[in-house]
Design a protein around this ligand. Sequence first.
Ligand SMILES: Nc1ncnc2c1ncn2[C@@H]1O[C@H](COP(=O)(O)OP(=O)(O)OP(=O)(O)O)[C@@H](O)[C@H]1O
Ligand SMILES: Nc1ncnc2c1ncn2[C@@H]1O[C@H](COP(=O)(O)OP(=O)(O)OP(=O)(O)O)[C@@H](O)[C@H]1O
Ligand SMILES: [Mg+2]
Ligand SMILES: [Mg+2]
Lengths: 260, 260
Amino acid sequence: QTATIALVNQKGGVGKTTITLNLAGALATQGFRVLVVDFDPQANCSFGLGVLWNDIEASIADVIGYEVASGATRTLPEVVRPVEYHPNLFLAPSHLNLAAAEMTLHNALGREMKLDKALDAVRRDYDYVLIDSPPSLGLLSINAMVASDAVLIPIDGAFSLEGVRQLLNTRKGCAELSRHPIHVLGGVLNRQRLNTANAAAIREMATALFGKRMFKTIIPERTAVDGSTAVRFPVVFSGMPEADPYHALADEVAALVGEL
Amino acid sequence: QTATIALVNQKGGVGKTTITLNLAGALATQGFRVLVVDFDPQANCSFGLGVLWNDIEASIADVIGYEVASGATRTLPEVVRPVEYHPNLFLAPSHLNLAAAEMTLHNALGREMKLDKALDAVRRDYDYVLIDSPPSLGLLSINAMVASDAVLIPIDGAFSLEGVRQLLNTRKGCAELSRHPIHVLGGVLNRQRLNTANAAAIREMATALFGKRMFKTIIPERTAVDGSTAVRFPVVFSGMPEADPYHALADEVAALVGEL
Ligand SMILES: Nc1ncnc2c1ncn2[C@@H]1O[C@H](COP(=O)(O)OP(=O)(O)OP(=O)(O)O)[C@@H](O)[C@H]1O
Ligand SMILES: Nc1ncnc2c1ncn2[C@@H]1O[C@H](COP(=O)(O)OP(=O)(O)OP(=O)(O)O)[C@@H](O)[C@H]1O
Ligand SMILES: [Mg+2]
Ligand SMILES: [Mg+2]
C-alpha cells in the first residue's frame, strides 16, 4: 500500500525541500522504494538531488499538460528517473515552466486533481511518494495535497506558525474534493536551536496548534545541513550524525502511516 | 527625493521580511522617515512590527481594490499607521485577503501598476519606502517591482541563487512597463556562517551573478535575529551588536541611492 505525503507550508524557507530530500533518503536507505515529486517551479528538489533542469528533456510540467519541447504531453513514467544516490530513490523532476503550467491549469477541467490522476500510473511501484510544494497555497500546492494521503508541515519559527490555520483550512477544502482522505500527519520543528528560550517558545506555540499531531523528532539547526544544499548531496547520505534526525523522522512517519 | 526599494526573491525564507524590518528600523533611527509596505498576504512584516491583521480594519488589500469590511476601497493614507518602535517608522499593513486581491488583479486594467499608482498619494511624505514581497514572481511581486526605484535581493544559500536569473529577467520586464527606471541595487548575503567553506562558496557564486552589485555588508546567522521574530521586536531596536550589520546595510543603501 503506497503512502503519498505532501510537504506543505506557504511560509517560505521552512525546510520543505530539505526535509523532502532527507526523509526520502532515510526511507530509501531503510529499504523502502521512494519517489520524490518535485512540484515547485524553483526545482530545488531536483537541484538538491544533482539534477539540473537543463539536463532533462521532460519534467513534471509536461505531465500536467504544459507542452515544453515537442508539444506533446508526457506520462509520469516517462519523466521519472533513478537518483544516483540510492537505488531505491527515484525523482520526477521539475522545471521553471511548471509556473506557466500553473497558469494553464486555472482553466482546466478538474484542475485540482491533475497530479492525483497522473500519479495513478506509478503509485503501485513505490512504498512512498513524497511531494515537495512551493511556498504558496495556489493550484500547485492544492494539487500536491489532493494527490496525497497525508500532509507533513515543517515549522521553523513564529512567522511559519502564523499561516498554519489557513493552511489547515485549505487542506480541509482539498479533502472535500479528493477521492480519498487527506490526513494531517503533523507539524515538524525544523532549524531549531535546541535548549534555547526561543525553541521552547516555538515548541509551545506549535503544540498549541497541532496538539497530539506534533512530531517528537525535532530537526536542529546544523551547519552541515545548510552546507549540503550547496553541494547538492543531502546530508542523510553522508553518514554524519546530522543524518540521525531524518532517520528518526522516517521511523515516526512509517509508524504514523501504518495507523492511517 | 523619495527612494522606493522592493525586497524580492521568489525563493522562500531568504530574509526578505527580516531585512525589510531591520533596514527600515536602521534608516528610521538614522533620521530618515520610512514607510514599510507589507505586500505579502502572509503579513509577516505587520506581525513583526507588532500589528496583527485582526487588529486592523483596513489593509493594503483594500487599497488595491479588494473590498474587505465595508465594501469600499481605501486610499493608502487611510491605511498607513505609525509604528510604536520609532517615530520615523510607518506601516501599510497587509492582510490574508491580499491573496484574494491578487486574483482580482489578474483581470484589472493596468494590473501591474496598481501599487505604483497608489503610492503616489504618500511618497512625498517619506525619505524611504520599503516594500516586502511574497516568495513568488506573481502579480504581487511584479507590482512591488513596478512601484520601486530599485530592488534589493537577499540571498541565503545555493537554492536562492538558482532563481536569480529568472528574477532579474522579470525585473527587466517590469522596468519596460514602469514609468520610471527600476535599478538593481544588488544582492545581499543573509544568514551566513562567517569563515566557513560554505559561506565562501555562496559568496563566490553570488558574486559571479551580481558582480559589482554585491553588497559588502554580509548579515551573519544569529540566534538573536531569529529570536526577535518570535517576540515581534526587530533586533535593530534592541541595541545589541546583532543590530550592527543592518546599520552598515543602511549606510550602503543610502550611498547607492544617492548615486541613482
Ligand atoms: N536543519 C537545518 N539546519 C540548517 N539549515 C537548514 C536546515 N533545514 C533547512 N536548512 C536551510 O534552510 C534553507 C531553506 O530550506 P528549504 O529551501 O528546504 O526550505 P523550503 O521550505 O523548501 O523553501 P521554499 O519555501 O523556497 O520552497 C536552505 O538553504 C537549507 O539549506
Ligand atoms: N540573519 C539571520 N540570522 C538568523 N535567522 C534569521 C536571519 N535572517 C532571517 N532569519 C530567520 O529566517 C527565517 C526566514 O526569514 P524571513 O521570514 O525574513 O524570510 P522571507 O524571505 O521574508 O520569507 P518568505 O519567503 O516566507 O517571505 C525567519 O524565521 C527569520 O527569523
Ligand atoms: Mg522548497
Ligand atoms: Mg517574508
